[in-house]
Design a protein around this ligand. Sequence first.
Ligand SMILES: C[S@@+](CC[C@H](N)C(=O)[O-])C[C@H]1O[C@@H](n2cnc3c(N)ncnc32)[C@H](O)[C@@H]1O
Length: 284
Amino acid sequence: MAEEKKDHWSSEAYQNAASFVPKLATKIVQWLDPQKDDVILDIGCGDGVLDVQIHEVLAQGNGSIHGTDASPAMIEAAIETVKKAGTAKCTFEVVDAVELAKAPHLQRGQYTKLFSNAALHWVLGQCKTDAAKQAEFFRAARDALVPGGTFAFEMGGLGNVSEMRAALLGAVARRVGLAKAVEHDPWFFPDEAWAKTVMEETVGGWKVERAEREYRPTTADVGGVEGWVRLFGASFFEALPEGKEREECVREVVDVLEVVCRNPGSGGGFHLGYVRLRVLARKL
Ligand SMILES: C[S@@+](CC[C@H](N)C(=O)[O-])C[C@H]1O[C@@H](n2cnc3c(N)ncnc32)[C@H](O)[C@@H]1O
């Protein structure tokens, strides 16, 4: 029997630690450039905040947006978001994007645009040692689009949250060794050249029209460094047995990062070193 994947995500924890994620998506939504009749597939939609925002344009025509996410908790939250907003053509479904190729109903070339914000470093991280599987994702994404359709995505880029990743890897590695800590690192942070090569050369049928990487320091949310570490670092800590040892490791990581990330200026708060990779690619 296939091992059931643990759902690390919760809408509450996300709102506490990372409500800035959809708020900072203005640029990639501009690159998506939604038009009123677009039929859009969102990959890793989370709690649906951006889908409802994009839907405002689609509601003026015949457009629709289908949000997919591997987390049942996030999809449940997205359905609630849509109920509150009262939008009609915004639907959601639990789909593991690593297995997008095994979802034939999403592979009929029916989408005019694909969108993804802050999700692909998790998706590609799940197959970070399997280049063929990563390529399979981009092949499936291409097959979901109409010819000429576009894929606008933003994800963590090379150098993203390096201070967080170093503290997490360091503390976990000291207890279980670096190889095991690396196995539990859930992220894949590539650069623009990687995206162009995998899409245009390895997979083919794509033209990367725009690609950029931006250093975008971000102030931590109300949950502070600890909220961020507990939500986004959950997979690292699973290298350790649940209980005292794991909790001590969390504390060590948080204590180090509260020193490193503290903003000593009048603005205060904690500064997280986000690096974003944005890509706009067209299906040929
Ligand atoms: C940081 S959140 C971003 C959510 C949303 N796009 C936003 O901008 O607020 C990352 C999302 O990626 C989802 N995710 C992680 N791995 C995934 C996978 N293999 N397939 C689909 N979604 C995945 C998580 O469940 C989570 O909702």
